[in-house]
Write a protein that binds this ligand. Structure first.
Ligand code: G3H
Ligand code: ZN
Length: 279
């Protein structure tokens, strides 16, 4: 069933759990994540990034319509989120097309400009949807270009000022994770997470969660991180299954022959992570 990100994240937070939010690129990603959520009887967030929209030709509407149909047909609550949006037109188009939350990513701008742009977008979003939720990033999680340069950690006082000044509903914070890690070796700053939790009222979002080991994820959720964003872990599962299949069967032509194991591998990965995040 279709749900809103706000519902899922606030319910998780109220029970001291996390909500997993998976980045989906292909139809198979969305199917795998939804199947994994159904197998575990857990709600889930499907997120489509600006990069994924560009990959599919730049128009958000058809992708959101497809994801919304999958959400409606699911046996568990599924919410749709637009992730890492820098293009304000895309953000507006996504909200008009029915996503229940957006991440506006102005984290590379200087602080004052991040505040101004985020506040403007949040005000617009809150006027244009019943329960639209706006997530912003403060500090730099880093690694989006595949390089794991340590970003700038989020300062708790600045986080409090930023959420008050912008009216955002959730805050992505830089606490030691990094995007696109293919090994689960990230160590998180748990003391900083606790300080951020104490300083900020809105739910906190962990980006780059693929590189965070299970134990670190559990501790982070216990300390107050709620929305747990996962992308690369699914792509590792997908690509290694495809590579194995193509290696073993060089004559294959029908893509279903290798997309089925790829989808199954993503389902298994999503299932494991859903369980960790739900506690
Ligand atoms: O917004 C998306 C996430 O931060 C995913 O990061 O691909 O490193 O898991 P990841
Ligand atoms: Zn991210």
């Amino acid at each position: 069933t279709a749900a809103s990100t706000a519902q899922l994240v606030l319910a998780a937070r109220a029970s001291g759990r996390g909500t997993a939010a998976f980045n989906v690129i292909t139809l198979e990603h969305a199917e795998a994540v939804t199947t994994a959520a159904e197998q575990n009887g857990l709600p889930v967030i499907l997120q489509i990034s600006e990069n994924a929209v560009r990959f599919h030709g730049g128009r958000a509407e058809p992708l959101i319509a497809a994801a919304a149909a999958i959400a409606r047909a699911a046996a568990v609550p599924v919410a749709l989120h637009l992730d890492h949006v820098e293009d304000e037109d895309l953000l507006r188009a996504g909200i008009r097309a029915g996503v229940t939350s957006v991440m506006f990513d102005a984290s590379t701008l200087p602080y004052e400009e991040n505040v101004r742009a985020t506040a403007r977008l949040a005000a617009w979003a809150h006027d244009h949807g019943d329960r639209v939720w706006v997530e912003a990033e403060l500090g730099e999680v880093g690694g989006k270009d595949g390089a794991h340069a340590p970003g700038v950690r989020t300062d708790p006082d600045q986080a409090a000022a930023f959420t008050a000044a912008t009216g955002v509903d959730a805050l992505a914070v830089a606490v030691g994770s990094s995007h696109a890690m293919t090994e689960r070796t990230a160590g998180l700053d748990h003391e900083l997470i606790a300080r951020l939790r104490a300083a900020v009222d809105v739910p906190l979002v962990l980006h780059g969660s693929s590189g965070v080991p299970d134990g670190e994820l559990r501790r982070a959720i216990a300390a107050g991180m709620t929305k747990i964003n996962i992308g690369t872990a699914l792509n590792i599962a997908y690509t290694s299954a495809v590579r194995d299949h193509l290696g073993a069967d060089p004559a294959v032509v029908d893509p279903r022959r290798y997309l089925r194991p790829a989808r199954d591998a993503m389902t298994a990965t999503a299932s494991q992570l859903l369980r960790i995040v739900a506690g």
